[in-house]
Design a binder for this molecule. Sequence first.
Ligand code: HSE
Length: 437
Amino acid sequence: MEPVKVGLLGLGTVGGGTANVLARNAREIARRAGRGIVISHAAAHRYDADAIQGLDQITITQDAYEVVNDPEVAIVIELIGGYSPAKELVLKAIENGKHVVTANKALIALHGNEIFAAAQAKGVTVAFEAAVAGGIPIIKAMREGLAANRIEWVTGIINGTGNFILTEMRDKGRDFDDVLAEAQALGYAEADPTFDVEGIDAAHKLTILSSIAFGIPLQFDKTYTEGITRIEKQDVSYAGDLGYRIKHLGIARKNGKGIEMRVHPTLIPERRLIANVDGVMNAVLVKGDAVGPTLYYGAGAGAEPTASAVVADVVDVVRALTTDPENRVPHLAFQANELSDMPILDMEEVTTAYYVRMLVVDKLGVMAKIAGIFADHGISIEAIKQVEPAEGETQVQLIMLTHPVMERQMNQAIAAIESLDTVTDQVVRIRMEELAG
Ligand code: HSE
């Protein structure tokens, strides 16, 4: 049988990795797919010709539309990233009856509903395994491997750059800016590093995971997003003293009232496996009602790890080329006419435990006053740590861990504490999760 012809949009880090994996493992991949797979046409403005295998077999153009309009191409791999022109190109490929594989989490999180509807109408597949957690096959695991379960919650370290920064701050006491610069030099960070450190990249990925977990339309605009730029070395250290690690987590949880979707720095007990996922690695922990907690770990970025997911999607598409479109695995795990309109909860309605740190004047009654404010707002204190003041200092750092409470009550308590004359700076608050199975 003739090999399947693939068009590649982008020959950068992941594009080059994809070409290399397809060339190097061609025989093995063909044995799995049932047919050979070749990149016949690629679009790129710049590429490193010495680092990519098999370029002499590929027609290369600068005009991506030449690829999506090429009648010989059956599958288009979109690795340009960003919203535009990726969206227009993907929609054009679908209109032309081509299957699409993409690693573009921003595109899927924001425009996935429209793209999937177009794909369904045309009877083609849009596959996006590489969009979440790079090489970890988390979408396949949740959409297929866990199909028997009601998913209760999903949480993940889904941005390698942020995890690298927090790990270096903890292990080496390095400053945030210094580690970010290294992550950029190593090629982990997004083109715009605010996407990494402000949690936007993680929120794109969490939006996708939430839809697959709970069968809801993609709702990026309702994902609460808080970055790691305000995490200080002292908080990383105090959390460690109390037996916790700070991780930048994406959390999606279903409760009786709706669905929580949130990305924020989080204290987790250091004995949890996921608390020990360090450096640029990613991990996703999924709790299903039947299977219990399951953990998926691996490289969340990089040329060949991401290519591993891209090529696996291409293999899936090739295997399904002859399958009736109605019987393909649904894009968001649930049949398109079975998506739920369960509400996404406002952050004020979310219940978590908290780490709070405040700088207070070291005098009689201050601790009692603060404890009283917490009590007035129905907040129970789990642990207290007061850092001994340096010689001659009149202020002390006071750290408290609380039991779970609704965010609205915590906001009110923090406002009351910050209005005290004896509290001299903004209260630092980091949410905590037990993540117990
Ligand atoms: N900038 C992302 C990260 C790359 O650091 O995880 C993969 O999405």
